[in-house]
Ligand binder design. Structure first.
Ligand code: AGP
Length: 367
């Protein structure tokens, strides 16, 4: 076991640090410069079929569902096709309408999550087209889908998923680019996204290099009984995933909220004992997000921002984790990385079994 850890204290730490290489592997051979698109031969659907889809529905559980939300947003942004994500665990218990012109996407690291596998078989039974975004080659979901995108993240041992999630983000970005170029995304925008994808592995390394500073913040978060993670639009799935990670391994309560919804209720909970982690990308919503941060600070709530260079926060005197900027559509992939480190370091400070958190299994193969 020690050998496999290759000197790392935990598998989660090792897997977080493997992310730049894992991302390279995921992108390798799939970026098509000539047509400014992504080559995803494993999907098994031809250009005519892909063009015919009028809607995309992503299904996954837990963190895979949150990355699925990021992916749906990327598909709407780049392909301008209505897209949304739903928890596969809910989908299986309602009577979903399966539409022939909807592309269903099942997302799962293990490919063995029962709720997601059941959703796939239900869609197939009713004649829907479903592709997989899966890490484990030959797994149940990978075998059942019509085609898909393998993540090539390598084996993931820690219960808390990290490198597989990052590669899910990349897979969705490539799917969105591919669909976009078959719809109305311009050649120039296709090239812009390709350039952005190429920058991601090195940018992940930059974030990982900031680990000591993030660890300091984690020490403070670990002392809290409860925390908020806030973000809006593209930042909201980042907040959801960040909150999930913290709960999973540090057992500190974390609630994800849309920044825009804070004033409609949860602001009442803000006080000096309730830290907020605010996702504030350097986009057209930055000013509004900074205003929300001011509201938290006015109520004496401690605040940490996960943000981009150039976002004006200095006047607030808050701690900021500054993440390198990429294209707006791809930023959520990178903004998520500090939330992994935060959760990991908080769990270490609290002395928890990081790789095997209580009550959780790596893949949930029961209902
Ligand atoms: C991630 O950190 C969690 N352990 C969990 O939410 C996980 O993402 C979920 O159970 C889905 O697993 P899958 O990707 O293997 O389907």
């Amino acid at each position: 076991e020690d050998l496999e850890l290759s000197g790392h204290e935990h598998y989660m730490l090792k897997e977080m640090r493997e992310q730049p290489d894992a991302a390279e592997t995921c992108l390798r051979g799939r970026l098509d410069e000539r047509f400014a698109t992504a080559r995803l031969d494993g999907i098994g659907l031809d250009a005519r079929e892909m063009r015919g889809f009028r809607r995309v529905k992503v299904l996954g559980c837990g963190s895979a569902y949150y990355v699925g939300q990021m992916g749906a947003q990327m598909i709407e942004d780049l392909a301008r096709i209505p897209a949304d994500a739903e928890a596969a665990s809910e989908f299986r218990y309602r009577r979903p309408i399966i539409e022939p012109d909807t592309l269903y996407v099942a997302v799962s690291q293990s490919g063995e999550t029962a709720d997601t596998a059941f959703a796939v078989s239900e869609i197939k039974r009713k004649g829907g087209r479903v592709i997989g975004v899966v890490n484990v080659v030959g797994s149940t979901i990978a075998r059942e889908v019509d085609g898909g995108i393998y993540l090539h993240a390598g084996p993931e041992i820690a219960v808390a998923s990290t490198k597989a999630l990052t590669n899910m983000g990349l897979a969705f970005a490539m799917l969105a680019l591919h669909l976009g170029r078959l719809h109305d995304l311009s050649f120039a925008d296709g090239q812009r996204i390709l350039r952005g994808l190429e920058r991601i592995p090195a940018q992940i390394t930059q974030i990982l290099d900031d680990e000591p500073a993030i660890a300091e913040v984690a020490g403070e978060i670990a002392q809290a009984a409860s925390t908020f993670y806030i973000g809006r639009v593209r930042g909201f799935p980042v907040a959801r995933e960040g909150a999930q990670k913290l709960k999973e391994i540090s057992y500190v309560h974390a609630e994800a909220y849309q920044t825009s919804e804070l004033k409609h209720g949860p602001l009442a909970l803000i006080n000096a004992q309730m830290p907020t982690i605010a996702i504030i990308p350097g986009d057209d919503l930055a000013k509004r997000n900074v205003a929300a941060a001011e509201q938290v600070l006015a109520r004496k709530g401690p605040l940490v921002s996960i943000t981009h260079p150039g976002v004006e926060l200095d006047h607030l005197g808050v701690r900021s984790i500054v993440v390198p900027k990429n294209e707006p559509e791809l930023d959520p992939i990178l903004l998520t990385i500090p939330t992994q480190i935060l959760a990991y370091r908080a769990a270490v400070v609290l002395g928890h079994d990081v790789d095997k958190p209580r009550n959780l299994a790596k893949s949930v193969t029961v209902e």
